[in-house]
Design a protein around this ligand. Structure first.
Ligand SMILES: Cc1cc2nc3c(=O)[nH]c(=O)nc-3n(C[C@H](O)[C@H](O)[C@H](O)COP(=O)(O)O)c2cc1C
Length: 347
């Protein structure tokens, strides 16, 4: 198959992955309205076509938080990436380094921070609001010690979204473990490359609290019990004073919240609705960015995600007022679609 676009990567990922994993990546929450609207609203943004300007010397370089980047793009945090491709976080971090863009490691990654930073370039770390503050403090200390300069703190998941596709496909719901096993057997290439050669699949950063019970089912249970729905802006003051590096608040959709992030002392925000995986019915990010840019463009670095599938979408977000974008599904489909070429990409 010839792969020439993001849509091709999505199709290839669908063929390669067991259904529970593809649906986990591809799906959104509830009726998936926001998931759809993210893509549709962005596709309706028209660019102005000006002509006869010298475009022989165009540079895509930019800088965020004082670091020069090859493109105004970063790989955003995506959990369980080591299940979509063999040691997936390691592969993605190295691909990001090759393009001089940051890779943001999710709290709930398969590979832990120490494994990913080896051979990687600019690594950011994403943290969720977890009830156990000592666990959070320890993770922040590890991230700082491993050289992560930027913390992305995700605030749009006080409770996990209602993702019905997961229950249908076996990611959760009755007999989930046996359904997943059956699906894995139907994808022998994935089963060998990721399921066998990609072990261990413990969640590297969370393993210290999960202990021996670190399978997918244990993880889903842990997530449901440990996310903190009581979080407020006051709790973020604690994070701001603990974390000395750049702080980026992810999950902002309203100008008032962008101003609150600025007043807290954040360095940047990600305008995001979690790719339509959390509050269904929320505004698309294409609709949200302009008002937020008006409110805080002089004070904060404004990144945006959700619905970005192509280079053209990146341009559209820049035109709406973002300083850059984080990719989500777009890079994960590509990672899942292709097998690593060389062993050193993975180990
Ligand atoms: C499979 C999957 C797992 C995700 N895991 C995380 C995560 O661990 N932490 C986080 O902050 N966001 C997570 N996100 C949200 C992404 O960082 C990002 O906000 C979203 O994918 C953007 O939407 P898009 O994929 O439509 O571009 C995840 C998204 C997907 C698709």
């Amino acid at each position: 198959m010839i792969i020439s676009s993001g849509a091709d990567f999505r199709q290839a990922a669908k063929r390669r992955l067991p259904r529970f994993l593809f649906d986990y990546i591809d799906g959104g929450s509830y009726g998936e309205d926001t998931l759809r609207r993210n893509v549709e609203d962005l596709s309706r943004i028209h660019l102005r076509q000006r002509v006869l300007r010298d475009v022989s010397n165009v540079s895509l370089e930019t800088s965020w938080f004082g670091k020069k980047l090859g493109l105004p793009v970063g790989l955003g945090p995506v959990g369980l990436t080591g299940m979509y491709a063999r040691r997936g976080e390691v592969q993605a971090a190295r691909a990001a380094r090759a393009r001089h863009v940051p890779f943001c490691l999710s709290t709930v990654s398969v590979c832990d921070i120490a494994e990913v930073v080896r051979g990687a370039g600019l690594i950011w770390f994403q943290l969720y609001v977890i009830k156990d503050r000592a666990f959070m403090r320890d993770l922040l200390a590890v991230a700082a010690q491993q050289g992560c300069e930027t913390l992305v703190f995700t605030v749009d998941m006080p409770v996990p979204g209602a993702r019905y596709r997961d229950a249908h496909s076996g990611m959760s719901g009755p007999f989930a473990a046996s359904r997943r096993l059956l699906q894995a057997m139907g994808k022998p290439r994935w089963a060998w490359d990721v399921g066998v050669r990609g072990r261990p699949h413990r969640l590297g950063n969370v393993a210290p609290v999960l202990g021996k019970n670190s399978g997918l089912t244990d993880f889903m249970g842990w997530l449901a019990q440990n996310f903190d729905p009581a979080i407020t802006w006051c709790d973020l003051e604690w994070i701001r004073s603990t974390w000395k590096g750049n702080l980026v608040i992810k999950g902002i959709l309203e100008a008032e919240d962008a101003r609150a992030a600025r007043d807290l002392g954040a360095d940047g925000i990600v305008v995001s609705n979690h790719g339509g995986r959390q509050l269904d019915g929320a505004l698309s990010t294409a609709a949200a960015v302009p008002a937020i840019a008006d409110a805080v463009r002089d004070d904060l670095t404004i990144l945006a995600d959700s619905g970005i599938r192509t280079g053209l979408d990146v341009l559209r977000m820049l035109a709406l007022g973002a300083d850059g974008v984080l990719l989500g599904r777009a890079w994960v489909y590509a990672l899942a679609a292709l097998r690593p070429k060389r062993r050193r990409d993975v180990t």
